[in-house]
Design a protein around this ligand. Structure first.
Ligand code: SAH
Length: 351
């Protein structure tokens, strides 16, 4: 069964990506498998039309679990004395990039906690990788001064992922000690100004998040024209202040993915590792609801489980890069073609 007005509402959002707040809340707020099926099919259709029916691969390397921040949701936060900390050497990072390249993947995502690594060290790694391979480099190392972002861009970085986490100032403040959404937004603006292909996003389900806030954040992400948008469920980590909070709802996460697809149309949208780390792997469900990116983990085998932003992270025991078969299976199950290309922004010409 669908609710009265559902079909019209879905049609409005599909036709006009500048969707009304109340339409988004209406579509988020349903309990009906029939409505979900229609929403997810509409999102998959928009994905196929604007991006092609393909699933692109990005090789993920988590190069440091040190972090100076105290984000209440994250297992790497510096107050977690039980977290195992590691930092890859520049040589190890370059070697990881080689493994990504050897697997035929043309993008590497270098992610870390806010570990205070000198800008010059990372710039050297970027130049070395760029001199060896014609691959796109994506950074995801949090908030840094403009000069650092500029230095890394000059060294050859192409893209940057920085989830806004939420645009709601009160929710933002409740999840982050002493930090403001203004700073987060200023960093995102700087990244776009510097010409980075910029990714953002948020978790679904941290305490205090409402459907209204989700709808507002969906609208924000569409208006800013981000090139990539990551959405995953919040998963409580036992060594954080949110240890006893509830896990983000799977269906609500998938609806959010679908609505991001309808409103941000040609953005790259990962089926996130968090969605693969619940009671089972739901990444194929995200691909069926409009997602089109998967990020296999290429961190060295001995550090994978130490990058524990949330518990139960999938694929921490596999050998590095032993993902090709699994990737083909996901793409097949979602009816998508596997794409190993750089898959640059579909929104802007890379600079
Ligand atoms: N230090 C970098 C990378 C953070 S980890 C930065 O600040 O951008 C990448 C993302 O994982 C975060 O942006 C957050 O949205 C998500 N994340 C962190 N803890 C999580 C948890 N407990 N459950 C689900 N997602 C989480």
């Amino acid at each position: 069964m669908t609710r009265p007005g559902f079909t019209d509402c879905l049609e409005r959002v599909r036709e006009n990506p500048d969707a009304a707040q109340e339409d988004l809340v209406f579509l988020l707020n349903n309990e009906s498998p029939k409505e979900d099926a229609l929403l997810f099919a509409a999102a998959a259709d928009v994905r196929d039309r604007y991006c092609g029916a393909r699933m692109v691969l990005r090789g993920l390397v988590e190069f440091s679990s040190y972090c100076g921040n105290t984000c209440h949701y994250c297992g790497l936060n510096r107050a977690n004395g039980k977290a195992e900390r590691y930092r890859l050497t520049p040589d190890e990072m370059v070697e990881s990039a080689r493994l990504v390249w050897d697997a035929g993947i043309h993008t590497i995502v270098l992610q870390a906690g806010e570990d205070g690594m000198p800008a010059e060290t990372l710039a050297d790694v970027i130049s070395r990788i760029k001199s060896e391979h014609d691959m796109a480099i994506t950074l995801s190392v949090g908030e840094r001064p403009r000069a650092d972002y500029a230095r890394w861009k000059d060294a050859g970085a192409d893209r940057y992922l920085l989830r806004v986490e939420t645009t709601d100032p009160a929710l933002y403040a409740s999840l982050h000690d002493g930090r403001t959404v203004e700073t987060r937004l200023a960093c995102l603006d700087t990244l776009q100004e510097l010409g980075y292909q910029t990714g953002s996003g948020f978790m679904v389900g941290p305490p205090g998040q409402t459907l209204d806030i989700i709808a507002q954040d969906i609208r924000f992400l569409a208006q800013r024209e981000y090139d990539m948008i990551g959405i995953g469920p919040f998963i409580p980590h036992p060594e954080t202040p949110l240890a006893h909070a509830k896990t983000g709802d799977l269906k609500l996460t998938l609806r959010t993915v679908a609505l991001i697809r309808l409103t941000s149309r040609n953005a790259w949208l990962p089926a996130t590792t968090a969605l693969g780390s619940l009671d089972q792997d739901y990444r194929v469900d995200a691909l069926r609801a409009g997602a089109n990116v998967v990020m296999p983990n290429f961190s060295p085998a001995d550090v994978k489980k130490k990058y524990e932003i949330y518990p139960g992270k999938r694929c921490v025991t596999e050998q590095t890069g032993a993902c090709a078969g699994c990737m083909a299976g996901l793409a097949l199950a979602a009816g998508l073609e596997l794409d190993y290309s750089r898959a640059d922004s579909l929104k802007r010409v890379p600079v």
